[in-house]
Design a protein around this ligand. Structure first.
Ligand code: GLC
Length: 470
């Protein structure tokens, strides 16, 4: 009898904690409108002066996007998540498009993410050299020319030209003190010299800029790009004369692409919970990237782990003792969470097996598994709805949420990143929320496209349009 009463008490405590969490995560449409409004306001502030806003609104020095006429063989390096890629891209020129892309993908050894600049760039240069070495001597279509490289470096960089820039700070799991404030192209060049690789970086780009360029190559209506992956961020095409802090000459196109670094956005309208605050405090960059920490792939699984730990500790959710594995930060990754969230079996067998394999929690009841799925849903839905609010904020800033001369302008947004690509429920929720925010009429003119591998190809395209041989 007593045992039963205790169990009922624990169940009530679990549901109390879960309900409280869900309430705090709630993102009703009114709140999302506020988020979008403050995003648009902060965009203006960030464009007005350097350091004026939490949004850095970084100038990319990309004032011309690909046209389809780019031609030649170019390389790209894509660094910024857990994987690192090297690409060789053969561009056919007008009417011919992309002839061939080859790439190699390697995961970055975790120690390289936190050791020294030297070690990270040596690793990159060695991989690049290995990739180039697989080519036959005569494989370069323009013998005698130096190989040219587009470097996608997906961290906040203050650019000094299209092919140089200093690292402002690290984000995601990276933290290499001696690289901050350094010219990342300089660091790469030195490392390439050390391995005897003769290559020249002709474009240094953020992954959002690469994705925008890659998206535009296929579709002239692409006006913005969003990454929803390990981290999250957006870039868009701004009118240069709407950037008061831009001191350079007005580009002939009249445009300048801006890397927003919106992962660092925050606002009192963000539905933050105690779990987000604890995650932030324990992170490598406390107080920073708050929007990113609520939404991106690096963190969603960790938020789930923290909530599960809380109900294990305070309501004996997994029995009398707290499972040891559950205490390990970042053990539960977003792909695991996604797999559990998408479990359609009647007994939630995938949830059971993930809990068993990753957390060593056996004998879970169906009721428990249902709670886990519910938590996945709460966390993913909040992230998806907030990312939709961010996109809507950009459309508002550009005036593309309303009619111009009686018509809505067609706006295509190029998306990429593992979260967008592989977490279906996240993507669906993001897309339907964006429609909800835009309203029925305007939403017909906004299209989301998947720009597959856009950031690497985009970097190669920008390397081509900034080639020394043009
Ligand atoms: C982080 C980086 C940003 C990048 C994004 C997506 O937010 O700071 O530069 O674009 O992750 O990879």
């Amino acid at each position: 009898m007593e045992k039963k009463a205790a169990a009922m008490g624990a169940a009530a405590r679990v549901s109390g904690i879960v309900r409280e969490f869900q309430k705090k995560c709630d993102s009703p449409i009114g709140k999302l409108h506020n988020v979008a409004d403050s995003m648009a306001v902060e965009m203006r502030v960030g464009l007005a002066s350097e350091g004026g806003s939490m949004l850095k609104m970084l100038i990319s020095y990309v004032d011309n996007l690909p046209t389809g006429e780019e031609e030649g063989l170019f390389y790209a390096l894509d660094l910024g998540g857990t994987n690192f890629r090297v690409l060789r891209v053969h561009l056919g020129g007008k009417g011919k498009g992309l002839i061939k892309t080859e790439f190699d993908e390697v995961s970055i050894p975790p120690h390289c993410m936190t050791s020294s600049s030297h070690e990270l760039f040596d690793f990159i240069a060695a991989e690049l050299a290995r990739f180039v070495a697989t080519e036959g001597e005569n494989s370069h279509p323009f013998p005698g020319r130096q190989r040219e490289l587009g470097f996608t470096f997906s961290f906040p960089v203050r650019q000094t030209s299209i092919s140089s820039g200093t690292l402002i700070k690290w984000t995601k799991g990276f933290s290499i003190e001696d690289a901050v404030g350094e010219d990342v192209v300089g660091e790469l060049n030195k490392a390439m010299e050390r391995v005897g690789l003769h290559m020249r970086v002709t474009a240094l780009v953020n992954d959002t800029i690469g994705t925008l360029a890659g998206g535009r190559y296929y579709n002239p209506d692409v006006v913005a790009a969003v990454i929803l992956g390990t981290g999250m961020n957006a870039a868009y095409v701004e009118r240069a004369n709407a950037i008061p802090k831009w001191q350079g000459p007005l580009p002939r196109s009249g445009d300048m692409v801006i890397n927003m670094e919106w992962g660092n956005f925050r606002s009192s309208d963000l539905p933050l919970t105690e779990y987000d605050n604890d995650l932030d405090v324990a992170s490598l960059n406390p107080g920073e990237q708050i929007f990113e920490k609520m939404i991106s792939g690096m963190y969603l699984g960790e938020i789930l782990r923290r909530v599960l730990l809380k109900i294990a500790e305070e309501a004996e959710f997994f029995g009398d003792s707290v499972p040891e594995k559950l205490k390990i930060p970042f053990i539960l990754r977003t792909p695991h969470m996604s797999a559990m969230h998408h479990d359609t079996s009647s007994n939630l067998k995938d949830v059971a097996s993930k809990l068993r394999d990753i957390l060593e929690i056996n004998n879970t009841s169906l009721t428990m598994r249902k709670v886990v799925v519910e938590l996945c849903d709460t966390i993913a839905t909040r992230g998806a709805r907030l990312s939709a609010a961010g996109i809507y904020g950009i459309l508002k800033k550009l005036g593309r949420d309303t009619r111009k001369d009686g018509e809505y302008q067609k706006s295509v947004i190029a998306l990429d990143g593992g979260l967008f690509e592989h977490y279906e429920k996240f993507r669906q929720s993001m897309e339907s929320t964006l429609k909800e925010l835009l309203g029925e009429e305007a939403s017909d003119s906004v299209v989301i496209t998947h720009s597959n591998d856009g950031s690497g190809i985009g970097a190669a395209l920008l390397a081509a349009s900034h080639s020394q041989y043009l």
